[in-house]
Design a protein around this ligand. Structure first.
Ligand SMILES: C[S@@+](CC[C@H](N)C(=O)[O-])C[C@H]1O[C@@H](n2cnc3c(N)ncnc32)[C@H](O)[C@@H]1O
Length: 263
């Protein structure tokens, strides 16, 4: 896999053990309710889920729009589409689900066909976020809402890791994301796409138990693949965070930019 299009390729092709890990990582949690609340999902709506992953969010959306609403799930990964289908079917929700395996950045649905479109931790990977927001505007009905939830990796803090060290790690891992600082850009992108109002909330949950250490380890893995930061520097960042976790000083936060744009 070349580094240039890695940010997309590593989602298009996913080996079995990584698929299984994502099945654990992307499970729906009641804690996500507040991230979704501004989207105002209601019964009977037709809702899109861009980058549906293994399907936990799509199933939650199917429950929220029941009994008559429908969900369109989109992903670049074929296995995720199949897993989303299997989950919805197993929960008796499959007849209100439409699946779309994406091979381009244009959504294969008609203009003005959705009430809502959700993209949770996906905009960071799309080829051209400005185009994707225009697509959201195209497929939404008048009064419809696009709702994007994303990190802004330069704003992640893992104390006591020095911010300059975190920055160096991120720079070394940059190939894994198309727009690593997407969080701060969502407002401007939505405005430029012509949405009439754009509401931004920033939601953050303090982590004192090491939850974000796994995320830091993933970033470290990407940095190792690129080979632009020496192994000692990478290990020192992880060791600093792990030592702080052991002696109770560890504190981390990954603010989520929650952006709701109304047509
Ligand atoms: C971090 S996961 C988030 C999954 C899910 N939205 C969630 O929050 O549990 C990112 C998802 O976006 C998908 N993805 C990556 N690039 C995409 C693109 N250009 N268009 C649509 N989906 C994409 C990946 O296959 C993956 O399912």
């Amino acid at each position: 896999m070349g580094l240039e299009s890695y940010y997309k390729d590593h989602w298009v092709e996913i080996e079995e053990d990584r698929l299984d890990r994502y099945e654990q990582m992307f499970q729906w949690s009641p804690a996500f309710e507040r991230l979704l609340a501004p989207a105002d999902i209601k019964p009977s709506q037709i809702v899109g889920d861009l980058g549906c992953g293994p399907g936990f969010l799509s199933c939650e959306l199917l429950r929220k729009v029941a009994p008559n609403g429908r969900v369109h799930s989109f992903d670049v990964n074929k296995d995720f589409i199949e897993r989303t289908h299997a989950k919805a079917k197993a929960e008796g929700l499959g007849d209100r689900l439409e699946l779309h395996h994406l091979t381009s950045e244009t959504l294969p649905i008609a203009d003005a066909s959705l009430d809502r479109i959700i993209a949770k931790n996906v905009m960071v990977y799309v080829d051209d976020p400005a185009h994707t927001f225009k697509e959201f505007r195209r497929v939404l009905k008048p009064g419809g809402k696009a709702h994007a939830i994303d990190s802004d990796f330069a704003m992640v803090a893992i104390d006591p890791v020095p911010p300059s060290d975190w920055r160096a790690l991120l720079d070394a891992a940059a190939h894994a994301f198309r727009t690593p600082n997407i969080g701060r850009k969502l407002y401007g992108l939505a405005k430029a796409a012509g949405f009439s109002s754009v509401d931004v909330q920033i939601m953050a949950t303090p982590d004192t138990k090491g939850r974000l250490l796994n995320f830091a380890k993933n970033i470290a893995g990407y940095a190792r693949e690129a080979g632009t930061l020496d192994e000692q520097s990478i290990n020192s960042i992880l060791d600093t965070a792990e030592a702080a976790l052991e002696d109770g000083r560890y504190f981390a936060v990954n603010p989520q930019f929650v952006v709701t744009a109304t047509v």
